[in-house]
Design a binder for this molecule. Structure first.
Ligand code: PMP
Length: 299
């Protein structure tokens, strides 16, 4: 296999040479933004939506992107081509760049732009068949009016604390509430609940990231004629749901079969969850920006 190449500030370098300064404020302070994107069968799923979120996040923290969205789109595609990948997880990182030791971002003159593409380490297949168990953790989602969850920043400590609690409890994901005790999301996934065929997911202002997978599932569910609403709900609503599932770029759609010791529905992945997962997988292999045929991407 040829060596993995990583895009760094306009050039492709080997993994060994892909290094940033210890003065980078991304490293010193978590000052920067990122995206996790996926390619399926040579199609990058919702690349434009990911780039819109990235550029919105950058704008929100006053980080000037050194490439246009169009250039960035081409950089992502070129990273896949250079690594000969059709199915991949793509990590796009834009840090504030090297500055002095103080907090002041104005000391950072040039952001670091990095694109890493790797073939996927998926959740084990069995987990999609069995579903997963989650627990509610004590860590709360940071308040939307303090640091908006719409900003996908390099400051992920809130989510990491959640992941630590999940790991200590021996489960792969967790349920995170917001500061008022309403259900927000997982550590890196959005949550959906289904009762009597009605599907609910928390709105962004409750503390959920507006996930690209989440939005795709909302569209799919509505197209299929399901009642699909964004709504504020509590843990009780999760416990008594017929089905619960999580969505995310890495997780796709994964059933949750136990929450805080309560079995959800039949204790197995539900019918609607499986139907939505299947539709999502049908969508991603055909829908998206083509990696290997740029002509098709025009317009
Ligand atoms: N919430 C958080 C906190 C996340 O980090 C992610 C992963 N990006 C998600 C939800 C799911 O979003 P997406 O479907 O865009 O991957």
């Amino acid at each position: 296999m040829s060596e993995q190449l990583i895009f760094m500030n306009g050039e492709f370098v080997t993994k060994e040479n892909a290094k940033v300064s210890v003065y980078d404020h991304g490293f010193l302070y978590g000052d920067g933004v990122f995206e996790g994107i996926r390619a399926y069968n040579g199609n990058v799923f919702r690349l434009n939506e990911h780039l819109v979120r990235l550029y919105d996040s950058a704008k929100s923290i006053l980080l000037e992107m050194p490439f246009s969205k169009e250039e960035m789109s081409e950089i992502v595609l070129e990273t896949l081509r250079k690594n000969n990948l059709s199915d991949a997880y793509i990590r796009l990182v834009v840090s504030r760049g090297p500055g002095n030791l103080g907090l002041d971002p104005f000391s950072c003159k040039q952001p670091n732009v990095i694109v890493i593409a790797e073939s996927l380490a998926l959740f084990p297949k069995e987990l999609y068949e069995s579903g997963i168990e989650i627990v509610t953790v004590a860590s709360r989602r940071n308040r939307s009016d303090v640091l908006s969850p719409k900003v996908k920043s390099l400051n992920y400590l809130n989510n990491i604390l959640v992941k630590i609690e999940a790991g200590l409890a021996g489960v792969p994901e967790a349920l995170m509430l917001n500061d008022q005790g309403y259900v927000a999301e997982g550590s890196a996934d959005n949550i959906f609940i289904i009762r009597d065929k009605k599907i609910l997911t928390p709105p962004g202002y409750v503390g959920a990231l507006e996930g690209i997978t989440r939005n795709a599932i909302i569209e799919i569910a509505r197209k299929k004629g399901y009642s699909m609403e964004e709504a504020v709900f509590t843990r009780h609503d999760v416990y008594v749901a017929d089905e619960v599932f999580l969505t995310g770029t890495a997780a796709e759609v994964i059933a949750v079969v136990k929450v805080d010791g309560r079995s959800i529905g039949t204790g197995k992945p539900g019918e609607i969850t499986n139907e939505l997962l299947q539709s999502f997988r049908d969508l991603v292999v055909s829908d998206g920006i083509k990696v290997y045929d740029p002509k098709l991407n025009v317009g």
